[in-house]
Design a protein around this ligand. Structure first.
Ligand code: HEM
Length: 438
């Protein structure tokens, strides 16, 4: 849609939905500029209030000094816990080995959902020190709830989160899905609250085990400060932010990576060749191999470009009156920033519609970065989980391809490259045939 709007109206498009005024930033140069400028980094105030106890809590949908404080605290301590760094590697690899065990018992499997448990486990282990088995009913239930609340399966519910007017409109026989979303949110909040209470009972303040312990320690330290930003409700909302922002985006990226390997066997063969030469078969790939795996890096970047998992950023808000390209934008305008416009720009890429990892390699086969590749956003709102997501996708992708060849099952049509729409996109249903390589 953003592409069509840009062609018809230019890179900055104003539109009205309900009683709200919105701006879509759908030109690549304008996207880069808006992400740099401070006055565009607020979040709308009318996001689904039930998500954070009728207050602007957490990181994803808060702004101002509270957001700066919570984001900084969370990032600092997650980094201390090894977030996105080498020390996370063995925890990610535990999950990779589980998936390999699972795949090794199969001839064919459904690609969709294959990585849901693993990616949530990586997050939950860091937040709460706990992981679930791939067939754990509690986790499966939690995943279903998350999918219902945040995926394209419940689009109206998601839109209602941003546009309160839709809550009251009837769609066919049911309401907008709003009450279903709120119900699910309450169940998720209760799950996080229960984990926090369990932590409170067993915490050793001198020996924090995970992020929940660290945050609870800070809550206790500031318990006599009536102005404290550290509350149980705030912590519940941060957990919700991490699950909703980090689960589907990472698992979806992995699903797309499998799907494209099946669709482009010549690319898969080149990945196998590079992995055999650099890593071999006697050990697992590690993050240290990354600088030597140029083709793999090019494939992963091209996947982020062509799939654009988060095509548009979550809504931003102007925090003061401002201008862009000479257009006046009043304070409190909600903005949709189309990252997609960077990844699909014809002038920049030449053939943006083609899946071609080689575009990120120079004539010596060395990976070359491109400044327009910002699938995690940029500036002060840049994705908090970028390092973790990149490490997770790299370790899963390389280890699975070291071990297996993936093809379209006999008799199945090739998977469709047209994704399911939503604020986070996902592949349509597809099956994969798996064969051990050695
Ligand atoms: C392939 C995986 C991922 C992609 C493509 C992705 C992409 C993004 C994008 C585009 C944004 C919005 C930036 C903006 O509003 O301008 C964002 C924000 C965010 N992401 Fe991610 N993300 C991924 C994985 C993760 C993971 C694993 C986590 C959790 C650990 C995470 C946590 C967050 C949070 C908390 C924010 C809000 C930051 C803020 O508003 O200050 N993301 N992400």
């Amino acid at each position: 849609m953003a592409g069509e709007w840009r062609k018809k109206y230019g890179p900055i498009v104003g539109y009205v939905l309900g009683s709200g005024k919105f701006i879509a930033i759908c030109g690549p140069h304008e996207v880069l500029e808006v992400l740099k400028r401070d006055e565009f980094q607020g979040r709308p105030k009318h996001i689904l209030k039930e998500r954070s106890f009728n207050k602007p809590l957490g990181i994803f949908f808060s702004d101002g000094p509270y957001w700066v404080d919570q984001r900084r605290f969370t990032l600092r301590y997650l980094r201390d816990l090894g977030f996105g760094k080498k020390s996370m590697e063995s925890q990610i690899m535990d999950e990779v080995e589980e998936v390999i065990k699972d795949m090794a018992q199969k001839i064919e499997f459904q690609g969709n959902g294959m990585f849901d448990v693993s990616t949530l486990n990586v997050l939950w282990r860091m937040l709460a020190g706990k992981r679930y088995s791939r067939d754990d009913n509690e986790l499966k239930d939690l995943l279903m709830k998350l999918k219902n609340a945040f995926r394209s399966g419940s689009p109206v519910g998601r839109i209602a989160a941003i546009l309160p007017i839709l809550k009251h409109i009837k769609f066919g026989h049911s309401h907008s899905g709003h009450s279903e979303v709120v119900n699910t949110l309450h169940q998720l909040q209760e799950f996080f609250r229960k984990s926090i209470h369990e932590h409170k009972k067993t915490i050793d303040e001198n020996n924090p085990r995970d992020f929940l312990d660290i945050y609870i320690n800070e809550m206790n330290k500031q318990s006599n400060n009536p102005e404290s930003n550290f509350t149980e409700e705030g912590l519940i909302t941060i957990c919700l932010d991490m699950f909703s922002a980090g689960g589907e985006t990472t698992s979806g990226s992995l699903e797309f990576s499998l799907m494209y390997m099946v669709l482009y066997p010549q690319v898969q063969e080149a990945v196998h060749k590079e992995l055999d030469a650099v890593v071999g078969q006697n050990r697992r790939p590690s993050l240290d191999d990354r600088p030597n795996l140029h083709y793999v890096e090019a494939v992963l970047t091209e996947l982020l470009r062509v799939c654009s998992i988060a095509p548009v950023t979550p809504p931003h808000r102007t925090t003061k009156d401002t201008y862009i390209n000479g257009y006046f934008i009043p304070q409190d305008t909600t903005l949709a920033i189309c990252l997609y416009s960077l990844f699909q720009d014809k002038e920049h890429w030449g053939d943006p519609e083609v899946f071609r990892p080689e575009r990120f390699l120079n004539s010596e086969g060395v990976y070359v970065k491109d400044d327009w590749m910002i699938p995690f956003g940029a500036g002060k709102r840049v994705c908090l989980g970028e390092g973790l997501a990149r490490s997770t996708v790299f370790l899963f992708f390389t280890t699975l391809l070291q071990e297996f060849t993936f093809t379209v099952p006999e008799g199945d049509p090739p998977p469709s490259e047209i994704p399911l729409s939503g604020t986070v996109i996902a592949p349509q249903s597809f099956n994969v045939k798996v064969t051990k390589r050695f």
